[in-house]
Design a protein around this ligand. Structure first.
Ligand code: SAM
Length: 196
């Protein structure tokens, strides 16, 4: 397992920006200057690079191996191996292409909510109209969510915008060993805290 290197972040972020990956995060941070962000499954500080003109405190929660690599490469970031050990307060919690790997959606969203962020920004979440289910990517469990389960587990938050993000669905179903025509949608979306 490797980690995204510092020298590669600029081009990756530019490429993703052009594809609209970060539209919601840019929208949520436009009126904030000092921002404490938790990036779940964040790997490397792409978020800091994206929000160059802001003062960012970045915490990343990731797998132990990734945290080990990250701590050596990115000393400015605080890494956490366990979501239950993150700080109790953030301005923004985000996740890109990582929600599918979380062991428990309910516990994950309960922790997100308990940190009382202003915004929750989700990117590259694979969804189904059927019930939430778990498949596998290789031997790794991979969860496909019904949006209702996400919304219902965030009672303090209001879903503000949801956009389908076009990906290669044939490649995804093949990677997950699913039928080619399995109806999946990849969404980017964000919630605003109703209690603030
Ligand atoms: C597809 S990568 C996305 C990385 C990063 N969010 C980005 O946008 O470049 C998935 C990330 O989720 C992390 N991940 C996998 N399983 C995880 C888990 N159970 N808890 C937290 N992070 C996990 C991986 O280590 C990896 O960093």
């Amino acid at each position: 397992m490797g980690i995204l290197r510092r020298g590669a972040i600029d081009s990756i972020v530019k490429y993703r920006l052009a594809l609209g990956w970060y539209d919601h995060l840019i929208e949520c941070t436009k009126d904030l200057d000092d921002i404490k962000i938790l990036d779940v499954g964040g790997e490397a500080p792409t978020v800091t690079h994206l929000l160059k003109d802001k003062k960012i405190i970045l915490h990343i929660m990731d797998l132990p191996e990734m945290c080990g690599l990250g701590k050596r490469e990115y000393t400015e970031v605080k890494y956490f191996e366990d979501l239950r050990l993150v700080d109790t307060s953030y301005d923004i919690i985000t996740n890109y292409a990582s929600l599918m790997y979380m062991d428990s959606l309910e516990e994950t969203l309960e922790i997100f909510q308990s940190c009382n962020p202003k915004y929750l920004v989700f990117g590259h979440v694979i969804t189904t109209k059927e019930e939430t289910y778990t498949t596998e990517q290789g031997k790794t469990p991979y969860r496909i969510y019904n949006m209702t389960d996400i919304i219902e587990n965030l009672p303090n938050f209001e879903l503000i915008e949801q956009k389908e993000y076009p990906i290669n669905y044939d490649r995804l179903t093949s990677k997950l060993g699913l039928e080619v025509d399995t109806p999946l949608k990849c969404f980017n979306f964000y919630f605003r805290n109703k209690t603030i």
